[in-house]
Design a protein around this ligand. Structure first.
Ligand SMILES: *Cc1c(COP(=O)(O)O)cnc(C)c1O
Length: 348
């Protein structure tokens, strides 16, 4: 069915017809030479940020392209993944007509964005072992289903989904499959980036908010076919990635070793935390994690959450999510924070 996939048949008519805003910086970018820019009504006095930023973030994309092995024409950057996901909704889902499929328990933003965009969100629960229920998902697809959101490694459960399950969806669904890889850097599973050429209906999103330690600057990345990226480029705000974010992100991605060192430490700490949680009497089940957090089923989540709060430790109570009754999600902290957490847990 993949072979019949045609992006033009799923893009919104209004987006197809759109002629994007052409900004001054679309026409000329400074090459550091002696050009005089009098085209954008900026204040000419130099202070580091008096000029509009590059609307296509060329320097940053060049490095990412090298590191990820994906061409710059297959990338779009957003103000966090949240902006990227919102752009995907706005490009492909007609309000009050189209629908998407999400797989709870999962990241809450897919649903919120569906509501904001007046798009129906069809929820198909994961199986009890936290895998996509492929037959149920395919049964939920109708002529107005445009997107399926897959979060792998999944938040809050922590597991990566089986490759075969995702493959079946990519091959059987004639809309877009969005794979959110916010936690991929903590996983030893292969990224779906390597499959972009094989699947024209695949979108992969990543972020600098987790492993890269830059949640504060807001930088999300969307990888997809050139056809999909050019549609998203048409509708994105021209200067969606500010200058400070572009600079900071560039510095950080150039310092790959530092990022890698922190990831290694976080993974060591995750193992320590898992071991400690496992030994606690009130922990009934610990779910295996491919991310920088662990989900634990406890005897009484509300009570344990409150006890931790009294000790100044804030975790996430995920009990209201389906299949997650009495669960707490622990983000892996620094070695010192984890030592404190573990000491407190042992006293409860
Ligand atoms: C944290 C997280 C993100 C990150 O979103 P940003 O807007 O890039 O900070 C995306 N997806 C999932 C599943 C997450 O848990």
């Amino acid at each position: 069915m993949t072979q019949t996939f045609n992006i033009n048949s799923i893009v919104r008519d209004s987006v197809k017809a759109l002629k994007p805003y052409s900004s001054a910086r679309d026409e000329y970018v400074s090459d550091g030479s002696t050009m005089i820019f009098l085209d954008a009504n900026e204040n000419p006095f130099e202070n580091g940020v008096n000029r509009y930023p590059d609307p296509y973030q060329r320097s940053l994309k060049a490095i990412l392209s090298e590191q990820k092995g994906v061409s710059e024409t297959n990338m779009l950057l957003g103000n966090g993944s949240d902006e990227v996901l919102d752009l995907i909704y706005r490009a492909f889902c007609e309000p009050n007509q189209d629908n998407v499929i999400t797989l709870p328990p999962t990241y809450g933003m897919y649903k919120v964005l569906a509501e904001i965009n007046a798009v129906e969100n069809k929820e198909v629960l994961l199986t009890t072992d936290f895998e996509p229920d492929v037959p149920a998902i395919l049964a939920a697809v109708d002529e107005h289903t445009k997107l399926i959101f897959i979060c792998s490694p999944n938040n809050p459960t922590g597991n990566s989904f089986k490759k075969e399950n995702i493959e079946t969806l990519l091959e059987s669904f004639n809309g877009l499959v969005v794979i959110d890889e916010a936690y991929i850097d903590f996983s030893d599973q292969e990224s779906w980036l390597n499959q972009l050429e094989k699947y024209p209906n695949l979108i992969v999103t990543q972020t600098l908010s987790k492993a890269y330690g830059l949640a504060g600057i807001r930088l999300g990345i969307c990888y997809a076919s050139e056809a999909i990226i050019s549609i998203l480029n048409k509708i994105k705000p021209p200067y969606n990635i500010n200058q400070l974010t572009q600079q900071k992100a560039l510095q950080r991605v150039l310092n790959e070793d530092a990022v890698q060192q922190e990831v290694i430490q976080i993974l060591e700490e995750r193992a320590n935390l898992e071991q400690a949680l496992q030994s606690l009497e009130f922990v009934e089940k610990l779910y295996p994690s491919d991310a920088n957090f662990v989900l634990a089923k406890v005897d009484n989540a509300d009570k344990r959450y409150q006890q931790l709060l009294e000790k100044q430790v804030v975790v996430r109570n995920r009990s209201t999510q389906p299949l997650c009754e009495n669960t707490l999600r622990f983000t892996v902290g620094t070695p010192t924070e984890n030592k404190t957490l573990i000491a407190i847990l042992k006293q409860l």
